[in-house]
Design a protein around this ligand. Structure first.
Ligand code: GAR
Length: 206
């Protein structure tokens, strides 16, 4: 039985597409059972519809607080009883309810804890890396808790920052890394091989 997954997104959905492609090729043992967007009209919703996956928008701007927004998101997600919730370019803070603790993961386009936290998302991250003058960046997959980008790290992979990089070229290099790293982490979860011990995530042997 494949692991059932809910995907939460806010934009283009290339992360979703990668997971759908990997699942279709048999490289990833998951079934995406629903897609929830925090923004209306984004291409990620269109990708879901094309794949025949139930997709719905819960607009962040319709809710006054993260708590009320979170309640609306979780009541949608619960309808599909996913085993795992995957954040795929989801740009809002989300309260973690007890029934999903340890079952939400995120990919961040930098090496956490560098260039992470509030305001550090998408292109802002790569701009900050270049402005700081860092020589490496990368991708991090981590469990999600109540703070931006703070939960225990599952996998990380580094890429070099090159002399002539722009935010766009660096983003492309980091996202290529994400394309392998995220499915790898999700497959480990699907195989029951991730164990959280305080801040450390142990990867159990097969
Ligand atoms: C991805 O690069 C992801 O790492 C980043 O947004 C992009 C989403 O692309 N996520 C964050 O910055 C989260 N803090 P997509 O909309 O095409 O999947």
């Amino acid at each position: 039985m494949p692991l059932t997954v809910a995907v939460l997104l806010s934009g283009n959905g290339s992360t979703l597409q990668n997971l759908l492609d990997r699942a279709a090729s048999g490289a990833l043992d998951v079934q995406v059972v629903c897609v929830v967007s925090s923004r209306a009209g984004v291409f990620g919703l269109e990708r879901a519809r094309r794949a025949g996956i139930p997709a719905i928008t819960v607009p962040r701007k319709d809710y006054a607080t993260p708590e009320t927004f979170g309640e609306a998101i979780w009541s949608e997600v619960r309808k599909h009883s996913p085993g795992l919730v995957v954040l795929a370019g989801f740009m809002s803070l989300l309260p973690v309810p007890p029934d999903f603790r340890g079952r939400i993961i995120n990919v961040h386009p930098a090496l956490i804890p560098a260039f992470s936290g509030k305001g550090m998302y998408g292109q802002h991250v790569h701009e900050a890396v270049l402005a700081y003058g860092a020589k490496v960046s990368g991708a991090t997959v981590h469990f999600v808790d109540e703070e931006y980008d703070r939960g225990p790290v599952i996998l990380q992979s580094a890429v070099p920052v090159l002399e002539d990089d722009t935010p766009e070229t660096l983003a492309t290099r980091v996202q290529a890394e994400e394309r392998d790293l995220y499915p790898k982490a999700i497959q480990l979860f699907a195989e029951g091989r991730l164990r959280i011990e305080d801040r450390r995530v142990r990867i159990l042997p097969k």
